[in-house]
Design a protein around this ligand. Structure first.
Ligand SMILES: [Zn+2]
Length: 90
């Protein structure tokens, strides 16, 4: 019975020590995860904001005549940007 109590006491101490260790790691992980979450949501918001703000207004210049046009209306041919079909032939 004494041996059992001794083993139980040793196991309890080991469990306590590992619990303290695990708690520290868990706290660190929780803190790290919180930081990552905040950073991720912040950058996500930034990305969303820049995406909606810059993409429709992004201007590209025509390689033939130099006119600035919205990227959505650009005609791409041979990796060059053109404002119209006439400029692609020029
Ligand atoms: Zn042009």
């Amino acid at each position: 019975m004494r041996e059992f109590l001794l083993v139980f006491a040793v196991i309890a101490v080991l469990l306590g020590l590992t619990a303290i260790k695990y708690r520290r790691q868990l706290m660190a992980m929780v803190g790290f995860a919180r930081l990552l979450k905040e950073a991720g949501s912040a950058s996500g918001d930034l990305r969303r904001k820049t995406a909606t703000a810059s993409e429709p207004n992004k201007l590209v210049d025509c390689d033939a005549c130099g006119v600035w046009i919205p990227e959505s209306k650009v005609i791409r041919k041979h990796r060059r940007n053109f404002c119209s079909e006439a400029c692609t032939k020029a």
